[in-house]
Design a binder for this molecule. Sequence first.
Ligand SMILES: Cc1cc2nc3c(=O)[nH]c(=O)nc-3n(C[C@H](O)[C@H](O)[C@H](O)COP(=O)(O)OP(=O)(O)OC[C@H]3O[C@@H](n4cnc5c(N)ncnc54)[C@H](O)[C@@H]3O)c2cc1C
Length: 446
Amino acid sequence: MRAGIITTPYWWEAAPPAEAAPAEWQSRADVVIIGGGFTGFGAAIPLARAGLSVVIVEKDKIGAGASTRNGGITSGNLRHSYDHLAKKFGPEKAAKFYQEAHTARQDLINFISDEHIDCDLQLCGRFVGATKPHALANMQREAENLSKASGVAPILYDKAGVAAHIDSDKYCGGVWRDDIGGIHPAKLLAEMHRIAASAGVLVFTGVAVSSLRRIDAGADASFTVDTTKGPITAGHVITATNAYSDSGVPWLRRRLVPVISEMIATEELGENRVRSLMPSKSMYSESLQLGHYFRPSPDGKRILLGGRRMDADPAKAAERLRAGLVTILPDLADCAITHHWFGFVAFPFDQLPKLTVHDGVIYPAGYCGSGTVWARWLGQKAAQMVLADLAGSAAPRPKPARSVSSDSVFADLPFRSMPFYSGEPWFLTIAMRFYALKDKMADLKT
Ligand SMILES: Cc1cc2nc3c(=O)[nH]c(=O)nc-3n(C[C@H](O)[C@H](O)[C@H](O)COP(=O)(O)OP(=O)(O)OC[C@H]3O[C@@H](n4cnc5c(N)ncnc54)[C@H](O)[C@@H]3O)c2cc1C
């Protein structure tokens, strides 16, 4: 608690991080998954349902990472425009990125509905506000490409149309699409934990992985996973640690840049006031590089807003977010902030999510701040890689994932590090200043 502000996520009031139920320690498993967030559980559920013995090793509590700290916006965003992807990979593959994003979003909604998960799912759409006409022109082009590639049909608004979504003068227009919505992320993760446990997944909390060793001890064990509770041998390993990757998973840590994303929650404003400010009660974001993302709380009584951290001092950081909220909704100049919290999001150097196999270990990671959809999806794809590997194996026990393939467009992307980079992003302040400058320059354009 800092001067009356609660510094844990608003979401934890309904679903705090949890210890796993006590279980007998396992010294071997078919699959070991490192990390208990959306990625880890996304992988664990299909594997356990396929009859494999699955162990999740989580160094903290379930939900201590980003999966219970996020905005709950099911964006499935890609950081790059279609034009950029088409230039880099060709139009066919660029379309595949968009198609997979669409399928992944829909898959999350189907999962929530099929498993009867109560996580405050809102199929409310998302509005992105354009701060300048050139941004609106880019949005129009992107919307046309998106529509061609994936069949999603975004609706463009001019300044007069913005009021249907938000009572703000900040935007000269915007784009709304109906395939993005909102969830209560901590409730979703708690439910994924419950479903995994009932499928037979063994979860150990407060146990950290300190190293991974390839052992190739015949057909029934390929890795030793060293943990603070003892070693486990496993046929397959999935590393689901994303932005929280530490020295226990050095290969991944060297390939991801952890960036702080932080959020505030307003005091209760009441449903009528929130509805008058956000008439469509959608999810929201902005056209800027370091723009805000925001939404009503699931009960419709508060507004939650997030952005990237620019100030090391938490009090200044909270004030900066509050000021950002007021630039969007000046009517909230006097409103109090009750919660301010942060977490880490992971960026690969090329800013594209990854599903990579290195030395037999599967690494779904690097969702660039849009993991509510991507983490579960690529965790699930990692599980499919294991199952495909086992299906192609003549051995009665799991073999290492050497040659596994996936139908995901993210599976064959290079996953590079930088010389002298070990996971400490010393260059981040410079990078954030660069993006802030880009936003300022864009603001000067008409
Ligand atoms: C403030 C904020 C707002 C966000 N808003 C959105 C949003 O609105 N929409 C969206 O799509 N995405 C959003 N995101 C991103 C999204 O939350 C993440 O991409 C996603 O939750 C990643 O899930 P994960 O399971 O891969 O990682 P995590 O949930 O971070 O889990 C990784 C786990 O690995 C564990 N771990 C690490 N090292 C070890 C080890 N050596 N041994 C054992 N365990 C280990 C950690 O303790 C952690 O629990 C936001 C993130 C933040 C922080």
